[in-house]
Design a protein around this ligand. Structure first.
Ligand code: NAG
Length: 264
């Protein structure tokens, strides 16, 4: 009897101290609000996983991920954007295509996008000073067929969803995207409970968490089937900590729309 009382007392004090010290909110029935995520059934502050992510600083030029056989590299710590030594040209392009094919400056976001089109479609687009200007380009150039290819532009919020190979373009702003930003669409899912676009990119996260995409962006569908892609990560019921990667600052970015190669 004494023993049982002791156990009961222990259980009681244990549950009391838990309640008093850390009011834990179960997240099975309710979504975690604010800067918290659902971890083992309880809302848990994002600080933990975020401090781990922000400590990861892979050396500039380290491979950080790969999508559809196009690897991405860390651009960590790159402050000199004028350095001509970082310009990359397609290997043996003079021999194989009779002309030098410029890929871009390692390892900027535009460098990934152009390298993706070069390796997947033998197609390049003109020089831009900043990623946002890709949305103003009218055509791309196939260096294999020597043909110009019309570009199709879709404004974010229209009814045409992005598709694999499209370039998502971010507007230039005074916060996180002073030059805009570009990412490649790898996959899109607008029918599940967590609609999203999977993207591949450089110069954003400096590690992809060993997945074959960089980020899953949240998609919302409007009343008239408008597709709205946001800069916020989509969260998935069993991967809710991914939500912590976007804090208030990183959620301000505006996606202008997507650019598509009109391949005949
Ligand atoms: C790219 O060009 C090479 C060389 O001409 C060719 O073998 C390859 O099939 C082309 N790829 C595409 C996707 O057009």
């Amino acid at each position: 009897m004494k023993y049982i009382l002791l156990v009961l007392l222990l259980i009681f004090t244990e549950s009391q101290s838990q309640v008093l010290v850390t009011p834990r909110i179960q997240c099975r029935t309710k979504k975690c609000e604010g800067d918290n995520f659902c971890f083992q059934g309880y809302c848990t502050p994002c600080d933990g996983p975020r401090s781990i992510w922000t400590k990861r600083k892979p050396q500039w030029g380290t491979k950080i991920g790969e999508a559809l056989n196009v690897p991405a590299y860390s651009n960590y710590g790159d402050l000199d954007v004028q350095d001509k030594n970082k310009d990359e040209y397609l290997l043996d392009s003079q021999i194989n295509f009779g002309e030098e094919i410029y890929i871009g400056q390692k390892y900027q976001c535009v460098h990934y996008a152009r390298r993706f089109w070069v390796s997947q479609y033998n197609t390049t687009f003109g020089s831009v000073d900043r990623a946002e200007q890709i949305f103003d380009l009218q055509e791309a150039y196939n260096f294999d067929t020597k043909q110009n290819i019309q570009l199709k532009k879709f404004l974010n919020g229209g009814i045409e969803p992005p598709q694999q190979g499209d370039l998502l373009i971010w507007q230039k702003d005074n916060g996180e995207f002073p030059y805009g930003h570009v990412a490649v669409v790898i996959a899109i899912d607008i029918v599940s409970a967590s609609p999203h676009v999977l993207i591949a990119e450089q110069n954003y996260d400096q590690a992809w968490d060993t997945r074959n995409f960089a980020r899953a962006l949240k998609v919302s569908i409007g009343e008239n089937k408008e597709i709205i892609v946001s800069n916020n990560r989509q969260t998935f019921p069993n991967k809710d900590d991914l939500k912590c990667r976007d804090d208030e600052i990183t959620s301000q970015g505006v996606i202008l729309g997507w650019v598509r190669l009109e391949i005949q």
